[in-house]
Design a protein around this ligand. Sequence first.
Ligand SMILES: NC(=O)c1ccc[n+]([C@@H]2O[C@H](COP(=O)([O-])OP(=O)(O)OC[C@H]3O[C@@H](n4cnc5c(N)ncnc54)[C@H](OP(=O)(O)O)[C@@H]3O)[C@@H](O)[C@H]2O)c1
Length: 257
Amino acid sequence: MSEDMFSLKGKVALVTGASGAIGQEISVSLARAGADIIAMGRNMDRLRKTAEMVKKHKRDSAIISGDISKMEDVERISRESFTHFGRVDILVNNAGTNVFKKAEDFTEGDFNLIVNTNLKGSFFLSRLIAVGMRKNNAGNIIFITSQLGKTAMNFACLYGATKAALMQITRSLAFEWAKYNIRVNSVSPGPWSTGMLEPAFKNGKTKEALIRMTPTRRLGEEGDIGGAIVFLASDASRHITGQDLIVDGGFSISRIA
Ligand SMILES: NC(=O)c1ccc[n+]([C@@H]2O[C@H](COP(=O)([O-])OP(=O)(O)OC[C@H]3O[C@@H](n4cnc5c(N)ncnc54)[C@H](OP(=O)(O)O)[C@@H]3O)[C@@H](O)[C@H]2O)c1
């Protein structure tokens, strides 16, 4: 084990959804711990911003644009990832989406969008990246899931279903791939103040209620998740696999609204 058990020096991390709020923090935190970053997403301006932030920590970065819900893109993302640095040691499956509707209003198109983005893309990308990890007999995969994979809330029926499925995929892959020295864990954020939740905050009351239901009396914000990711990606957690780490200010233990 390295002298600094949280060090990621010499590692390469692929972060999907690195253009989003949480993905950007994850990328920068991994870079601060010493990893070079492959930032993947669709919004090139925001991906470039992430790459700039990584460079401030004197780490190298590459950008890959793609739609994780499309199989042809998933295959290309995997290929290009190995081309950039010759290896991928850490994969953070962070790209995700939601369509805020009641269960009875979802269309088949909504279903396909949510399932293909959150579940299918992450699963197949993990499988492809794991092929390279197996060659090095080492790897680390983290899925960003959600508290909504464990509890019910309005407008999150399909979103929650995909996140619950990712938690089970985490356990299954951890079980199957331990023999290749690949650890697989997930991180479940509680409600976060990012663009993703904006549609749910339109009436003003939802945000207030979520804050009231959180013992720390605030939503997750920048600086709250990077430490958990570095912990799971590093030797500090080397005997932990198949687990879900909740990062939610106590939201999941609270019953007071
Ligand atoms: N915000 C919350 O309260 C909360 C709570 C629990 C869990 N989470 C999870 O945390 C993760 C990050 O969410 P966030 O809050 O940072 O939301 P966000 O700012 O909306 O970011 C979402 C990210 O996912 C990417 N993405 C979405 N669809 C994609 C696709 N088809 N192909 C490639 N990339 C795609 C977006 O890329 P582009 O913008 O480039 O398209 C963006 O980088 C998600 O998995 C989300 O489910 C969020």
